[in-house]
Design a protein around this ligand. Structure first.
Ligand SMILES: [Zn+2]
Length: 147
């Protein structure tokens, strides 16, 4: 049971819940996610057409479309720990290739990630020597509104 990050494509959900795929409609994305967890719709986010989120164990996933998203379909995904400053591995792996992004402290990830992947997966301003775990990662299919 893992989440799998597919930059440019979306997020594979654990089990047989399917894929949150960029370009899918709000309804299709909600349907896929709702087979895994209870989803919460809405919440105020500036510049956003629609959004929903759900929590699976200690990982929270937010999906949304901004005004610039193609067809106002799914264009942005945020995968976060429910703890603000996690000090241990997440209960559910968040895989990027062979790596569990939420399973190792930042300083270990910084050593093994390629520079381009580091830029993609670790937030700007992340201290590469931090012994904390990654608090979150975002995948974007469009260049528009970032949260
Ligand atoms: Zn967008």
């Amino acid at each position: 049971m893992v989440f799998r990050l597919l930059p440019g494509t979306g997020l594979v959900l654990p089990g047989s819940a399917g894929v949150l795929r960029f370009g899918m409609s709000e309804r299709a994305a909600q349907w896929a996610a709702s087979t895994l967890a209870d989803i919460r719709v809405g919440g105020w986010m500036c510049g956003v057409c629609w959004t929903f989120f759900f929590v699976h164990r200690d990982v929270m996933v937010t999906a949304y479309a901004c005004a610039a998203c193609d067809g106002q379909d799914l264009g942005h995904l945020v995968v976060e720990r429910t703890e603000r400053v996690p000090e241990q591995a997440a209960a559910v792996p968040v895989a990027f290739g062979d790596l569990d992004l939420f399973g190792y402290p930042v300083h270990e990830l910084a050593e093994v990630l390629e520079p381009a992947d580091r830029e993609l997966l670790l937030a700007a301003g992340t201290n590469p020597r931090s012994t904390h775990y990654v608090p979150g990662v975002r995948l974007d299919a469009c260049e528009g509104e970032r949260r």
